[in-house]
Design a protein around this ligand. Structure first.
Ligand code: NAD
Length: 268
């Protein structure tokens, strides 16, 4: 079996720890480097002990050295600014990337797309297999239900999440918009307040809930006259995102440059 050597960027974060845990348990994945900010308390600690396991001989560092470190794929769960500086390094050193970070502006997404001319990059707002199945179901539901149903996306996340609506909610909206031949840019409505007037028929609405330790709940509602269809996904552990990201890392290692998604990894 082929082994893919990965580095985790954002190692001390909620997702970083889940990736470490999943990587230590997964056949075909070897974690060779772990990076976080210089001021994080886990700096210098062995990644095994970061996730409450025995030491494995890889400690958390604060700088990525793609030239010296033998990783093939950098798995990134940080924040946009950190992702973009890692992207530059990976591009210069021809290392593939799996980008789990969300909250990029359109201009930042263009920078990632440009880098994908030189290296293989897999991005997904959500690496869970279940969410990616939901994305496929949403396209079918939107096409079958058609224009007579109003579409609203509701998402909930923990109190620490800094971007809204979630990248997954946007990906769900995008899937529906494409199936209905709409541009999400033109039809998205982000939250409502005050005298909003009646709902536009073509709107795709987004509502955001933040609080507690919710890992990630998403519901897309198709609201018709006399009925509504709801398609939901609820994450109960971060491990499913981590396992999906590692599946993407194994898939992307050695691939030609390009911007790939989890749908490519799943062969959809
Ligand atoms: P977190 O705040 O717990 O962790 C982020 C980590 O990145 C922290 O340890 C922080 O110190 C580190 N970091 C920040 N700037 C850095 C820098 N310049 N250099 C090195 N390390 C740096 O956040 P989280 O909950 O783990 O989420 C991280 C990102 O992943 C968010 O954008 C979140 O929305 C996204 N996310 C994506 C998925 C997915 O499936 N795609 C799933 C969950 C979360």
């Amino acid at each position: 079996m082929k082994t893919t050597r990965i580095a985790i960027h954002g190692a001390a974060g909620r997702m970083g720890r889940a990736v470490i845990q999943a990587a230590l348990a997964m056949d075909g994945i070897k974690l060779v480097a772990a990076i976080d900010r210089q001021d994080n308390p886990e700096l210098g600690e062995d990644v095994g002990s970061v996730v409450g396991q025995a030491d494995v001989g890889v400690s958390v560092g604060y700088s990525i050295d793609p030239a010296a470190e033998p990783f093939e794929v950098l798995v990134d769960f940080t924040q946009p600014e950190a992702t973009l500086s890692a992207l530059e390094l990976c591009r210069a050193n021809k290392k593939a990337m799996v980008i789990g970070t969300t909250g990029f502006t359109p201009a930042e997404r263009d920078i990632i797309a440009a880098a994908a001319r030189d290296i293989a990059i897999c991005t997904a707002a959500n690496f869970s297999i279940g969410v990616n199945v939901v994305l496929a179901l949403l396209g079918d539901a939107a096409r079958l239900l058609g224009e007579a149903y109003d579409v609203e996306v509701v998402e909930a996340h923990h109190k620490h999440k800094t971007d809204a609506p979630s990248g997954t909610a946007l990906a769900m909206g995008e899937e529906v918009a494409q199936a209905l031949g709409r541009s999400l840019k033109e039809c998205a409505v982000y939250g409502r307040q005050g005298q909003t007037g009646a709902r536009s028929r073509r709107a795709i609405g987004f509502a955001t809930v933040r609080g507690g330790d919710v890992i990630g709940d998403h519901t897309v509602m198709f609201l018709g006259d006399g009925e509504r269809v709801e398609i939901s996904h609820k994450a109960t552990s971060r491990l499913n995102f981590a396992q999906g990201a590692l599946r993407a890392a194994a898939w992307i290692a050695g691939r030609k440059p390009g911007l790939y998604t989890m749908q490519d990894v799943l062969g959809r």
